[in-house]
Design a binder for this molecule. Structure first.
Ligand code: SIN
Length: 314
């Protein structure tokens, strides 16, 4: 008798019509453009890669300290350093497309200072070979744009709608944990045309150098990520999935925030996320994502759960 095919867990997922071979995506800003990690892990085994936040023009990023470790966490204030969308398309995308041919979903993270800049960025990304766009309205480290659009529903809608108009590819909106009403911002993004939501970006946080008696970061605050934020992010994903279900809004949620082990990812999938992104963990353990993929499959086998969506306890 042939084996029952259902005995092997299927770890593939489909988000906004795009098939992923597994639910683990490299989070924006922590994985460069894929090739930086080529010598350290089999990048082609990932479900997807989210690029560093891209803006229309190149950006040099912030001055001063950019990274600062905290107990179980990492603060960053990079300031969206990136080569600009045209240079990304010319210099970085060809390598990412090689990975795409091996089944890795390529997601461009799009940022900007103004609605016009976001929309023009979306137009350029629409014409190139990326699979999806993740709209970044949650970067806490830039003086204009970023989180300024992600804090309130009207501002989020004002950028999601024109980006949607310029983009024919699936649109993910990356939400901020710093919004006072995340569900309201999420609903506005869906009304504006988001096909999926990802959360959380970093928490606005601060560190002070007590020797120099100055803030560590030139902008005062920075974004906190890493295991320290995992329980907070998990709660936010749980609540958002519930809120969307209560409104009968069938938009998939991608969970992120402090995932460093398979167990952390499984918690997000149990909270109702359809996929996860892994970021900070990669800095200390470059193979973390591969361990997480294997760990999810092993857990499903042990629990006799055969589809990722059945991990949800919502
Ligand atoms: C940064 O570049 O400062 C961080 C990007 C982000 O939080 O989206």
């Amino acid at each position: 008798m042939p084996d029952n095919p259902l005995k092997k867990p299927d770890i593939s997922v489909t988000i906004a019509g795009i098939p992923f071979k597994n639910p683990v995506i490299a989070a924006s800003g922590t994985f460069g453009y894929g090739r930086e990690y080529a010598g350290l892990l089999d990048v082609s085994a990932l479900g997807g890669i989210c690029t560093k936040g891209l803006t229309l023009e190149p950006r040099a990023g912030n001055n001063g300290v950019r990274l600062h470790e905290t107990p179980s966490g990492l603060m960053n204030s990079i300031g969206l350093e990136n080569p600009g969308i045209p240079a990304f398309i010319e210099k970085e995308l060809p390598h990412l497309q090689e990975l795409q041919q091996q089944g890795v979903v390529i997601i461009a993270n799009l940022s900007g200072s103004s609605v016009k800049e976001y929309a023009e960025g979306a137009r350029l990304l629409d014409m190139c070979g990326v699979d999806m766009v993740e709209l970044n309205i949650s970067c806490p480290n830039v003086p204009s744009g970023g989180i300024a659009f992600g804090r309130d529903p009207e501002a989020a809608l004002s950028v999601a709608r024109p980006v949607r108009k310029a983009l024919h590819k699936p649109l993910i909106v990356k939400l901020s944990p710093n919004a006072s009403d995340i569900a309201a911002v999420a609903s506005a993004c869906v009304a504006g045309g988001a096909d999926a939501l990802s959360l959380v970006n970093t928490f606005k946080a601060m560190a002070i150098n007590i020797e120099k008696r100055t803030p560590v970061f030139d902008h005062g605050s920075a974004g906190l990520s890493g295991p320290a934020i995992h329980p907070l992010a998990l709660r936010m994903v749980w609540e958002l999935v519930r809120a969307l279900a209560a409104q009968s809004t069938a938009v998939p949620v991608i969970g992120l925030g402090g995932i460093s082990r398979a167990e952390d990812a499984i918690e997000f999938l149990a909270a109702g996320a359809k996929a996860v992104q892994v970021g900070t963990a990669t800095f200390t353990n470059p193979t973390a994502m591969l361990e997480i993929i294997d760990g999810i499959a092993a857990y499903m086998k042990k629990k006799e759960i055969f589809r990722i969506e059945d991990l949800s306890i919502q």
